[in-house]
Design a protein around this ligand. Structure first.
Ligand code: ADP
Ligand code: MG
Length: 254
């Protein structure tokens, strides 16, 4: 994990709520969620379908506005920003990984990474050596010339992770990144997310309904009905100063 002098949390959720309304129907998808994530931590948010995980992902990524409460990214409260500034903050600080990969079908894998880099508004041209490094890390060397439909699901997701990492974001947000993958590809993607978190140091927040996938994290937040049920540190947690000591993971037989 890359250590920085700044010990303030990089992600803070404060009493977050989200209510969806259509006509007279109201769904309270997120109901008073608060937590803070220190820099470099790998957090899994786990819960059953419909528990509000994706809504939380959209809120934390600034893709939707909270009904109440705050999301503070690196000291900046999303609510204080207009849409343009919010988009800028998101593109500079956050890399997104989605369940359905969301690669552009007409572009090669390389083209998908390049276009993501271009729209992120970086001042420097894309660092080709860094892309080579990511390709090694993610084992997609030789696959970059191919279009998404010529790649396996696991390869597409690893390209999507390279696309998320190319701008060196401080944060990776992944919503069910292994949801469309078989066990073998799922294991590969999980270990690569874990490895990139360790080697490149970005804070990673992974959403999953799968307790086994969650067990690779430093910390597991369990959600039910839009609320946090438990906040557990796993045996992988490095327990930096000021943190509670690691406790055994409560992953068995959930
Ligand atoms: P999860 O990702 O854990 O399956 P979601 O955040 O997608 O959960 O959904 C939480 C709740 O909010 C569910 O009851 C879902 O039906 C509802 N919901 C999600 N998105 C919308 C939306 N755009 N409009 C109305 N209700 C929604
Ligand atoms: Mg979801």
């Amino acid at each position: 994990m890359v250590q920085t002098a700044d010990s303030s949390p990089i992600i803070q959720a404060e009493n977050l709520t989200k209510v969806y309304r259509s006509g007279k129907i109201e769904v309270q998808a997120v109901r008073g969620v608060s937590f803070a994530v220190p820099r470099g931590e790998f957090v899994a948010i786990v819960g059953p379908s419909g528990s509000g995980k994706s809504t939380l992902f959209y809120l934390l990524g600034g893709l939707t506005r909270a009904s109440s409460g705050r999301v503070v990214i690196d000291g900046v409260d999303f609510a204080t920003l207009d849409d343009a500034a919010r988009t800028r903050l998101r593109r500079q600080r956050i890399g997104f990984v989605f369940q359905r990969f969301n690669l552009l079908p007409t572009l090669s894998a390389m083209g998908n990474v390049e276009i993501a880099y271009d729209i992120s508004g970086q001042k420097e041209p894309m660092d080709r050596a860094y892309l080579d490094h990511l390709s090694d890390l993610l084992s997609i060397q030789g696959r970059l010339v191919h279009r998404p439909n010529e790649l396996s699901g696991g390869e597409q997701q690893r390209v999507a992770i390279a696309r998320a990492l190319i701008t060196r974001p401080a944060i990776i947000l992944a919503d069910e990144p292994t949801g469309n993958l078989d066990t073998k590809n799922s294991d590969a993607v999980l270990s690569m997310l874990r490895r990139s978190n360790k080697e490149l140091g970005q804070t990673t927040l992974m959403i999953t309904h799968n307790m086994e996938a969650a067990a690779i994290a430093d910390r597991i937040l369990q959600v039910r009905d839009g609320m946090i049920l438990s906040d557990t540190r796993t045996r992988f947690a490095s327990a930096p100063a000021g943190h509670p000591p690691a406790v055994p993971p409560s992953v068995a037989g959930d």
